[in-house]
Design a protein around this ligand. Structure first.
Ligand SMILES: *[C@@H]1O[C@H](CO)[C@@H](O)[C@H](O)[C@H]1NC(C)=O
Ligand SMILES: *[C@@H]1O[C@H](CO)[C@@H](O)[C@H](O)[C@H]1NC(C)=O
Length: 266
């Protein structure tokens, strides 16, 4: 049923760790008393949102354990301070996570969304799934029909069939629409669960870093029809700078370059 989401002011990461003694190094978990057939990797693009991350982990770990999943939580940290590129970080997350385990479901997850209901099951379906169908910032309605940001779930097969996500959207906006177009072009019907799957975004004031609105987003969108087969997993370039196994998550720091490409190594 519903989860009452609050933001305890004094919560520390150590306390979140203490509350999750069964989580293994790197933020991985296997149910101790059964064998789960679900292998879910949660991929979270991240930069300087540590407070959001703490609250998300506080709710997400117990939530996933109640669902008896095998799971792992990956933070994909964009190195440097160049404009954020959410979709490219998700591509990196997919590739890096698949190197570690044979995950059969990927949850692409924004750091500022917390599931508000246990019936929001973090498993994959026959069709790509948009899990954050209702968010409090949109008054529990979707802003428009094809919106595919927030939290989405795809099997590796579904993901590869649409060539992953676009690498070319720098800054905020547009990439989720591109993804929706990709789904359409690779003949997927977007599955939106009908029972309660609320997600919450609370205003943790002073902690959010706004990204530049991407000016060419509508240009690119018109091009998706032509570009999706060239821009995606098959054109992904990045460098892993570090990989840290924390108690509650794996932190993969990557250089994803700029919109001019990757700088060659000196
Ligand atoms: C979030 O909080 C800040 C600072 O208190 C405020 O300026 C801003 O309008 C709030 N945003 C929303 C969406 O409530
Ligand atoms: C991830 O690792 C990078 C590089 O060490 C570090 O700058 C960043 O703060 C780390 N992020 C988290 C959430 O631990």
């Amino acid at each position: 049923g519903p989860i009452h989401v609050t933001f305890p002011a004094k919560l520390t990461m150590e306390e979140v760790e203490r509350k999750n003694p069964l989580v293994l190094e790197g933020g991985k978990y296997r149910p101790p008393d059964c064998q789960s057939t679900h292998w879910t990797a949660v991929i979270i693009p991240h930069r300087s949102r540590e407070i959001h991350l703490k609250y998300l982990l506080y709710y997400l770990h117990p939530f996933l354990q109640r669902q008896q999943l095998n799971y792992g939580i990956y933070i994909i940290h964009q190195a440097g301070d160049y404009t954020f590129n959410r979709a490219k970080l998700l591509n990196v997350g997919f590739k890096e996570a698949m190197k570690e385990e044979d995950w059969n479901c990927m949850f692409f997850h924004d750091v500022d969304l917390i599931p508000e209901d246990d019936r929001n099951v973090y498993t994959c379906d026959r069709y790509p799934k948009h899990a954050s169908i209702a968010m409090d910032k949109f008054r529990y309605k979707l802003p428009y029909k094809t919106y595919f940001g927030g939290v989405s779930a795809l099997t590796p097969d579904q993901y590869l069939k649409m060539n992953g996500f676009p690498n070319t959207y720098w800054g905020w906006g547009g990439e989720d629409d591109d993804i929706a177009v990709r789904l359409h072009l690779s003949h997927y019907v977007l599955f939106k669960p009908t029972h309660i799957h609320n997600q919450i975004q609370k205003n943790l004031s002073g902690t959010s870093t706004r990204n530049k609105l991407y000016c060419y987003r509508f240009n690119l969108l018109a091009k998706t029809r032509r570009t999706w087969k060239q821009d995606g997993m098959n054109s992904l370039e990045y460098r892993v700078l570090s990989k840290e196994y924390h108690r509650l998550f794996t932190n993969i720091t990557v250089d994803i370059g700029t919109d001019k490409g990757l700088k060659p190594l000196r």
